[in-house]
Ligand binder design. Structure first.
Ligand SMILES: NC(=O)c1ccc[n+]([C@@H]2O[C@H](COP(=O)([O-])OP(=O)(O)OC[C@H]3O[C@@H](n4cnc5c(N)ncnc54)[C@H](O)[C@@H]3O)[C@@H](O)[C@H]2O)c1
Ligand SMILES: [Zn+2]
Ligand SMILES: [Zn+2]
Length: 360
């Protein structure tokens, strides 16, 4: 048992607090990881706003890199000292999706079995089964994915969520390939990773759409060929006019709102693909003429975690980073300490950062 500091969300809408937490020694199939860096993702804020579920208190943080400190009985292929990025998907191998050969949809992904707790014994709900705004965290061994230790933790950790989700939304879910036209609506950490992936895949045009000019400027740095400020321009018309009046082959929605999803729907070419990677809240709805769904053809997809297989994709993204092909450093807007997460949420909401990263 270890006693460490963690960032805890105690109640809906309340500012997060630093609390002393208890982390059990790893049991069978578990790994204890010393966290070195963890990014602040919009999903952490969704948790603390009560938009994910009501299982307070949450231990926030889920975009992390660190080193394995101990592994429990029966763990193979992972040992103390290994440098890892934490994943919120660790395919179980036995659910109906894994058995059908589609482990990236695993319906029963593995997490640590033993709970981390507050000092009074109250169990914590770790965000996305990770909980890495803490000096140490307990995960299922399969959630700790070994990567090249040459990648600095502030950058490497980001592939654990937002960057992987955005990259995979384009590369896996949208299957963006050479010659495609792509539009990305919402250019935060997730959207910009989709832009980077589309650019790497050989898209001929990558259109970045946001309501914040700072985000559009960053998007150019990640490979956007054109930018659209949707606060002053009609996004659908702008995307169409940039694609010979047709719409884009793939439109990626990385905001998580009905109006931007609708823009994605209407801004794609006939038989094009919409990829929804932004996470809506439970109260949101869309209404559309059914004939539009039929008549436009193509595919409407959602992308959970970029349809990634962490053990396959994390080492690959890290190698692309180390070769200078994927600018992970460009996502690190600032490094902060563990007691600045609440300020980081405010900066995120004001659009001042792509990622604030807590370093330990
Ligand atoms: N599907 C997944 O597996 C997965 C994983 C991680 C994050 N997410 C989700 O992806 C979304 C984006 O995450 P992020 O961390 O990049 O958040 P972020 O807050 O950094 O980025 C959101 C961006 O959307 C822009 N935006 C807001 N309203 C807009 C509008 N009307 N039109 C165009 N742009 C608009 C903002 O200016 C901002 O740049 C969130 O909903 C997050 O929960 C999904
Ligand atoms: Zn499974
Ligand atoms: Zn996230």
């Amino acid at each position: 048992m270890q006693e460490v500091r963690g960032v805890v969300s105690v109640a809906k809408g309340k500012p997060v607090e630093i609390a002393a937490i208890r982390v059990p020694d790893p049991g069978p199939g578990e790994a204890l990881v010393r966290v070195q860096a963890c990014g602040v993702c919009h999903t952490d804020l969704h948790y603390r706003e009560g938009a994910i579920n009501d299982d307070f208190p949450f231990l926030l943080g889920h975009e992390a890199a660190g080193t394995v400190e101990a592994v429990g009985p029966g763990v193979t292929g992972l040992e103390p000292g290994d440098y890892v990025v934490l994943a919120w998907r660790a395919p179980c191998g036995v659910c109906r999706s894994c058995r059908r050969g589609r482990p990236w949809y695993c319906f029963d992904s593995l997490n640590a079995v033993q709970p981390m707790t507050l000092l009074d014994g109250t169990p914590l709900s770790p965000a996305l089964g990770i909980g890495a705004f803490a000096d140490k965290t307990l995960v299922a061994a399969g959630q700790a994915v070994k990567v090249d230790p040459a990648a600095r933790p502030e950058a490497a950790g980001l592939i654990g969520c937002g960057v992987m989700a955005g990259f995979g939304a384009a590369a896996n879910t949208g299957d963006v390939s050479r010659g495609d036209t792509v539009a990305v609506i919402g250019c935060g950490g997730v959207g910009n990773a989709a832009i980077a992936a589309s650019s790497l895949a050989g898209a001929r045009k990558v259109i970045a759409v946001d309501v914040d000019p700072r985000k559009l400027e960053w998007a150019r740095g990640f490979g956007a060929t054109d930018v659209v400020d949707a606060s002053s321009t009609d996004a659908v018309e702008a995307i169409k006019s940039l694609t010979d009046g047709n719409g884009a082959d793939v439109v990626i929605e990385a905001v998580g709102r009905p109006e931007t999803w609708k823009q994605a729907f209407f801004a794609r070419d006939l038989a094009g693909i919409v990829v929804q990677v932004g996470v809506p809240s439970p109260d949101m709805t869309v209404e559309l003429p059914l004939i539009e769904l039929f008549g436009r053809g193509g595919a409407l997809k959602s992308s959970w975690y970029g349809d990634c297989l962490p053990s396959r994709d994390f080492p690959m993204l890290i190698d692309l980073y180390l070769r200078g092909k994927l600018d992970l450093d460009g996502f690190v807007s600032e490094t902060i300490s563990i007691d600045q997460v609440e300020e980081a949420f405010e900066k995120m909401e004001r659009g001042e950062v792509l990622r604030s990263v807590v370093v330990f």
